[in-house]
Write a protein that binds this ligand. Structure first.
Ligand code: FES
Length: 243
């Protein structure tokens, strides 16, 4: 894990409601695994922002996709040139010898793109199911299509794909794959924990240090042990964490 000052080559690309893309040329591109995140320094803000890596490109570029939810992330849309990153952080998704079902919700979708690429690279069948509130919130659909064998969308208001949750889309389309990797909001991860036995979920947490030192991001496992989302996760086997 290292701190690097590096260069933004593109930022502020609008890809969905309040969601933007930043492309950064950095040596971290050689190290980062799918599902890991970086801590982004936002000038004049004390805490770094944990942002998962959406994609690693061949030209030493990583792509971050972030949602504007407050002043810090709004400031991120104005950043150009230099950026200070710390990472790669966390454990990332495993890449195993199995066909995979990737399930994402909202801003949990970005890390699934690099994960889909990694599974295609080793010749596995990749199914993707993504859920959003409305069609306007949908992100990265064309990119995910490029690296998947089947892609289904669910929206809560029915404006695109199946009306309802990702579980409704899985049932409606008879998506049949046992090994699941997932990232998204807590209710979605709870439903996945109930429905599936094999695979992993990636948790979101408010993070202060991002390196396992402050215990600000602790969750409990089923035996009551403390786990740090930033260091022991954010990816945990299905069923391990009390949600
Ligand atoms: Fe400090 Fe995880 S954010 S221990």
């Amino acid at each position: 894990m290292m701190k690097v000052d590096t260069g933004i080559i593109k930022n502020n690309t609008y890809i969905g409601k309040d969601v933007y893309k930043m492309e950064i040329q950095t040596d971290l591109a050689d190290e980062v695994q799918c599902g890991q995140f970086v801590e982004v320094e936002v000038p004049n803000y004390f805490l770094r922002r944990p942002i998962s890596v959406c994609e690693v490109k061949e030209d030493h570029t990583i792509v971050l996709v972030y949602k504007v939810v407050g002043d810090g992330t709004r400031f991120m849309t104005t950043m150009h040139d230099e950026i200070s990153l710390f990472g790669p952080c966390g454990n990332g998704f495993p890449v195993v010898d199995e066909d995979v079902l990737l399930i994402g919700g909202g801003v949990g979708v970005p890390p699934l793109l690099q994960t889909a690429k990694e599974y295609k690279k080793i010749g596995k069948n990749v199914s993707v199911v993504v859920g959003f509130n409305t069609k306007e919130d949908a992100i990265l659909i064309d990119e995910l299509k490029e690296y998947s064998d089947a892609l289904y969308i669910a929206t809560m208001d029915g404006s695109e794909g199946t009306k309802g949750t990702v579980i409704d889309a899985i049932n409606e389309n008879n998506v049949d794959c046992e090994y699941v990797l997932s990232c998204g909001p807590l209710p979605m991860l709870k439903a996945i924990n109930t429905k599936y036995k094999k695979g992993c979920i990636s948790l979101e947490a408010r993070m202060a240090c991002g390196i396992g030192a402050c215990m600000g991001c602790v969750v409990k496992d089923s035996e009551g042990n403390s786990l740090r989302v930033c260091k022991d996760g954010p990816v945990f086997p299905i069923g391990k964490v009390m949600l």
